[in-house]
Ligand binder design. Sequence first.
Ligand SMILES: Nc1ncnc2c1ncn2[C@@H]1O[C@H](COP(=O)(O)OP(=O)(O)OP(=O)(O)O)[C@@H](O)[C@H]1O
Length: 258
Amino acid sequence: MSVTTKNEVLLQADKLTRRFGGLVANQDISVTLERQMIHVLLGPNGAGKSTCINMLSGDLPPSEGRIHYLGRDITALTAAQRSQVGIGRSYQRTNIFPQFTVLENVRLAAQSRRQQPWRLFSKAMEQKWALEKARACIEEAGLGKRVDWVSGVLSHGEQRQLEIAMVLATDAQVLLLDEPLAGMGSEESASMVEVLKRLRQTRGILLVEHDMDAVFAVADMITVMVNGQLLECGPPAQIKASVAVQQAYLGTEDSFHV
Ligand SMILES: Nc1ncnc2c1ncn2[C@@H]1O[C@H](COP(=O)(O)OP(=O)(O)OP(=O)(O)O)[C@@H](O)[C@H]1O
């Protein structure tokens, strides 16, 4: 059982820089994520948002800068090690076994986190624990009515919810979500927004998202990036009113009408 403390700093990225050859994809990006906060990374295509999330998840080492989780320097940890300490990530692509049921997928995710302690438990206890945990995570992700469905027949939005349930099953305190609303219709988006609000009650969420309605419906803090640089960071009202942010979106595919 984890203790939840409001305003507790979960993740702190300090001056992250990432270069790909001569291209600087992120330059001196600092981001703070607190518990019970949804922090959105916003920016036009190619701004460097995925690169930033990749550095936070451990999928990509930074060229410079440090990352702390609960005060501990985790810059050198791999993605698997970060998952073990409580940093969970969902990807833009789906990552599930389509032939397995929702419950089986989430149960496997729960067990993946707990390989060592099982030596202390009987097989039956392990199964019971993992199933209970999986059911709770499925419920939290808003998929309670689909527990026994084969995952491959879920709608696109439900599959994204399943991915989130799988991340929750790893006991993640930080959720790194890359475009969780991508490809969703308005009903599915509304349902995902409700899921995000519920998850915020006990965790911290760092989100990359292009859907402005959703962003302004859930964000507590927004960091705007342009060309790998941090343009502005602040609460939604500040970002909404920012002339610099509006200018950054002029002539881009994304609209900034909010
Ligand atoms: N592995 C890589 N090798 C070389 N260049 C890369 C690599 N990954 C990203 N880039 C470049 O870094 C820059 C930032 O890309 P990134 O994907 O982080 O942007 P983004 O804000 O997530 O864009 P989008 O909204 O389109 O997903 C782009 O110019 C991209 O081409």
